[in-house]
Design a protein around this ligand. Structure first.
Ligand SMILES: [Zn+2]
Length: 517
């Protein structure tokens, strides 16, 4: 008998402080219908996660994703969920559901987008059909998300280079659940908010150490189905924000509880290691100037972390760019500045023209800043390409109509785009006709995912994290939080915590199923 596995998802990392996300943002970024299977299942090699002789049909529902931004307009969210519901109805019964989710979604009326649509999918398929959801490690874990699913599996890398591997893990687990396996779940939210730049998972980082401990515990005990450690996305600003530990076992609840408690305690003991250290724009410009006068070869990367479009940043703050201009630094390339009106003005002036470039004339966030400066139009192009390397390898990026502006007699060149995107790899320069490897310095509108794509160009020693005013600042004490749990470390340094692991035993009838990995 053919086993039918549905694939659906709405991916939005919502920054409560950013302008609202709309349906058209999903149309611009990712909206798969029938091509869920030809695109995603193929890209993630999902069939390879199943037994060789598996008789399986992947059933496409709807996979919708937008660049990180503000809460989605509620009516636009309803439009997406209604399509998920009606497509489920038209596709007929399924044996399991794989939800490819993000986990930090908000609508303008709902504080838990993911929990809400998980619940509505559960209502369609009923209690007996297993649901497994994949989460970004920037997910905020709500009770509803745990309640409505059988299993949650979070990424274990940041930059997220294991998205496909975790998807296969989800489908492999789903296969076991469909055939009668049971999972017991324990989870714990901690009163711990961490800055986006403290959430890298390299060896030696606190997050990397915690994930490493989780992996070791899994390897030591075959009964553990999954260990997920979610750093969360603080800018969603919800009552369920905070680092979360989620452990699922095939065997017993006590193992899940003990493993969850141990990892939670590890994180809490290491909480001070998550305090971030970023440069000011002036410190960054000074470093660059000093290295240039010493003749130190580049490229160096200055990550404009507070304005990361991948965290809801507008991708257009001018503070770091301005500091580099004022410092007199040379050979600086900057990408990808979101300013459709500026692209239009450049296009009107024409390639080869000089004009006064007014940055952010149409911007509504006051943090973006404004700047008027004489510019030369070097190039105008359509910024559509397939990513060759990095976390988005194999995926398409669309920057829309774009241009390259040359400032300060060519000392500084800026890629300006019409669609908001975080920088993932050197193509965000080379597709504009620029050569990033020959530059002294690169300014990237990105927080950390660029690291995977730029690894051959600049290692960690040549990467500088710079914090300027922006919607994703690492200075979390400066944010006007409204909904975070109180108290929360480090906003309240005296926060105390004792383990209170929550449990969700399996309610499914048991079956004799091989659980080995
Ligand atoms: Zn993420």
């Amino acid at each position: 008998m053919t086993i039918r596995i549905a694939i659906a998802g709405i991916l939005l990392e919502a920054n409560r402080f950013a302008p609202a996300t709309t349906y058209s943002d999903f149309e611009d970024y990712m909206l798969h219908r029938d091509d869920v299977i030809s695109g995603m299942a193929h890209l993630f090699q999902l069939p390879s996660a199943l037994p060789k002789d598996a008789d399986v049909e992947f059933v496409p529902i709807l996979l919708a994703g937008a660049e990180s931004g503000g809460p989605i307009l509620h009516e636009d969210y309803e439009r997406l969920v209604n399509e998920i519901e009606s497509t489920f109805q038209s596709r007929g019964p399924v044996d399991g559901v794989f939800l490819f989710a993000h986990g930090a979604g908000l609508t303008t009326e709902c504080n838990d987008l993911d929990g809400d649509y998980f619940k509505r999918v559960r209502q369609i398929v009923g209690p007996d059909v297993p649901i497994v959801a994949e989460l970004d490690l920037h997910a905020n874990l709500s009770d509803e998300m745990v309640e409505q699913t059988d299993l949650l599996v979070g990424y274990r890398t940041n930059p997220h280079v294991d998205v496909a591997a975790r998807a296969r893990e989800c489908v492999a687990a789903l296969w076991k659940l469909i055939h009668g396996a049971r999972v017991h779940v324990a989870f714990q939210r901690l009163p711990l908010i961490t800055s986006q730049i403290s959430q890298l998972t390299d060896p030696g980082t606190p997050y990397g150490d915690a994930i490493d401990l989780g992996s070791r515990l899994r390897q030591e005990n075959e009964g553990i189905a999954n260990v997920t450690l979610l750093s969360g996305f603080s800018f969603s600003d919800t009552h369920y924000n905070g680092f979360a530990v989620y452990v699922a076992t095939w065997t017993d609840l006590a193992l899940a509880e003990a493993t969850c408690a141990r990892l939670s305690e590890f994180l809490w003991q290491n909480r001070e290691r998550f305090i971030p250290h970023a440069l000011s724009v002036h410190e960054a410009a000074q470093i660059e100037l000093t290295l240039q006068s010493d003749g130190t070869l580049g490229p160096r990367i200055y990550a404009d972390i507070a304005d990361n479009p991948g965290g809801g940043g507008r991708g257009n703050t001018i503070h770091l760019l301005k500091a580099m201009i004022e410092s007199g630094a040379d050979g600086v390339l900057a990408s990808a500045y979101f300013d459709p009106a500026l692209v239009q003005a450049a296009e009107k002036a024409g390639i080869g023209a000089r004009f006064v470039a007014n940055f952010n004339t149409q911007e509504e966030s006051s943090l973006s800043g404004k700047m008027s400066i004489e510019a030369h139009v070097d190039h105008i192009f359509d910024g559509a390409f397939k990513n060759e390397i990095g976390v988005q390898a194999g995926e398409n990026t669309n920057l829309g109509r774009s241009c390259v502006l040359s400032l300060e007699n060519g000392r500084i060149k800026v890629v300006v785009v019409s669609l908001r995107n975080q920088v993932f790899n050197p193509q965000f320069f080379s597709e504009a006709g620029l050569n990033p490897s020959a530059a002294n310095a690169l300014i990237v509108k990105s927080r950390g995912h660029f690291r995977a794509g730029f690894a051959d160009l600049a290692g960690p020693a040549n990467i500088y994290e710079v914090d300027a005013p922006g919607l994703c600042t690492s200075d979390i004490a400066s944010v006007d939080w409204a909904n975070l749990p109180k108290p929360t470390y480090p906003l309240n340094a005296a926060t105390e915590w004792t383990p209170d692991v929550r449990l969700k035993p399996s309610t499914r009838p048991s079956a004799n199923v091989e659980i080995s990995r």
